[in-house]
Design a protein around this ligand. Structure first.
Ligand SMILES: Cc1cc2nc3c(=O)[nH]c(=O)nc-3n(C[C@H](O)[C@H](O)[C@H](O)COP(=O)(O)OP(=O)(O)OC[C@H]3O[C@@H](n4cnc5c(N)ncnc54)[C@H](O)[C@@H]3O)c2cc1C
Length: 338
């Protein structure tokens, strides 16, 4: 049984789990969590480990790897167990002639974690398609079926699940569309790549291919041979500001109900951090991706402390240049920026 958390996360850092278990069914998952709670043992759920950075000292409790399985298509809806890897679910939905998930192609991790930060890409977010999910509430001890209205989905990768250990997501049901035609393309870079304009539709599988291609160019599709993908994807959130400082006025900006969303990657680059920056941290074990400055990457042999040191340096540099404080998008467990 592996207990090294570095083997369970895409950043490939993190010490050992005091206890480790694999849940193959939802019943097992709930039983493991119930027993740990009764024994006052802290619990950390790990899906694909693609949005997690855990301390070098590891986790002093029970780490549960979610490996539940099963998918079921019923009309236009698709039920998926939490432990099913996400991208194969996207591919299977398209093969079944169901559209709606195509823009979410290539995102690492498992289906059960997609509502946690309302995973999104290329103009689509999980809440666009989520019809309901089954959760185990560790406080009440009840298993409940929720509609999306209870999930607290907000902007900026928010939900009631994010940074909370209270709920265990057991399965999700998505409402898709029986069609081989994509949803309207909502993202300029994707429209350019497809040679269409925003709002156009194309074969849904073409969107998948284009998204995989665009993501691959940015190191945003997992590839064990490519250290640019030994990351958590975007390390920092795009900040939302009431007012954009003059110095950052040339940054790409988008209207947002709570302010103005501004490109974190632009801020990082224009604070002087180029692709591949950071090799002096941790003796070359960490650096920004050579393809995308928003990804902090493990070049091999990195520790969590190395990752935190580089990420802190980037945050500080952006703050010094623009007065804007970047906040991590990923979950930091037992560690923090310095
Ligand atoms: C190369 C790369 C590209 C990425 N691109 C994107 C992107 O385009 N868009 C995007 O939004 N994200 C992206 N991510 C981040 C990540 O892939 C997503 O957040 C993904 O949904 C995480 O899934 P996971 O199974 O790996 O979760 P994990 O990292 O294992 O867990 C994340 C959090 O969810 C909790 N959790 C896991 N499973 C459950 C469950 N069943 N019930 C309750 N809590 C649970 C964990 O305890 C943890 O707190 C990217 C990451 C990488 C490495």
């Amino acid at each position: 049984m592996p207990t090294a958390i570095s083997e369970l996360t895409t950043m490939r850092v993190g010490g050992s789990a005091r206890e480790f278990a694999v849940a193959k069914t939802s019943d097992e998952l709930v039983s493991l969590v119930r027993a740990a709670d009764a024994a006052h043992t802290p619990v950390l759920l790990i899906g694909g480990g693609s949005n997690l950075v855990v301390a070098d000292s590891g986790f002093d409790g029970l780490v549960i790897k979610v490996e539940t399985s099963g998918t079921r298509i019923d009309g236009d809806s698709m039920w998926v167990a939490a432990g099913e890897p996400w991208d194969p679910v996207v591919a299977a939905s398209l093969d079944e002639g169901l559209a709606g998930l195509e823009a979410l192609s290539g995102i690492p991790g498992l289906t059960g974690a997609t509502p946690v930060q309302n995973v999104g890409a290329y103009g689509t977010v999980t809440s666009d398609v989520l019809r309901e999910l089954t959760v185990y509430d560790r406080e009440s001890g009840r298993i409940e079926v929720w509609g999306p209205d209870r999930c607290g989905f907000g902007l900026h990768r928010q939900s009631v699940f994010k940074h909370s250990m209270r709920y265990v997501i057991l399965d999700t049901t998505m409402e898709l569309r029986r069609s081989t035609v994509s949803d309207p393309v909502r993202y300029a870079g994707l429209a350019d790549r497809l040679g269409v304009t925003i709002g156009d539709t194309v074969p849904a599988k073409d969107v998948r291919e284009a998204v995989l291609d665009l993501r691959g160019q940015k190191g945003m599709v997992l590839d064990p041979a490519d250290h640019d993908t030994w990351s958590v994807g975007s390390f920092f959130l795009n900040p939302v500001l009431e007012e954009v400082p003059e110095k950052a006025s040339r940054a790409p900006q988008y209207p947002d109900p709570s302010g103005i969303k501004i490109h974190a990657a632009w801020l990082i680059q224009n604070a002087g951090f180029a692709h591949g920056f950071g090799t002096e941290f941790g003796n070359g074990t960490v650096a920004l991706s050579t393809k995308h400055v928003l990804a902090v990457t493990n070049r091999g042999g990195a520790s969590t402390a190395d990752v935190m040191a580089l990420a802190s340096h980037i945050r500080d540099g952006v703050r010094a240049e623009f007065g804007i404080t970047l906040v991590p998008e990923c979950d930091l467990v037992g560690c923090s920026l310095t």
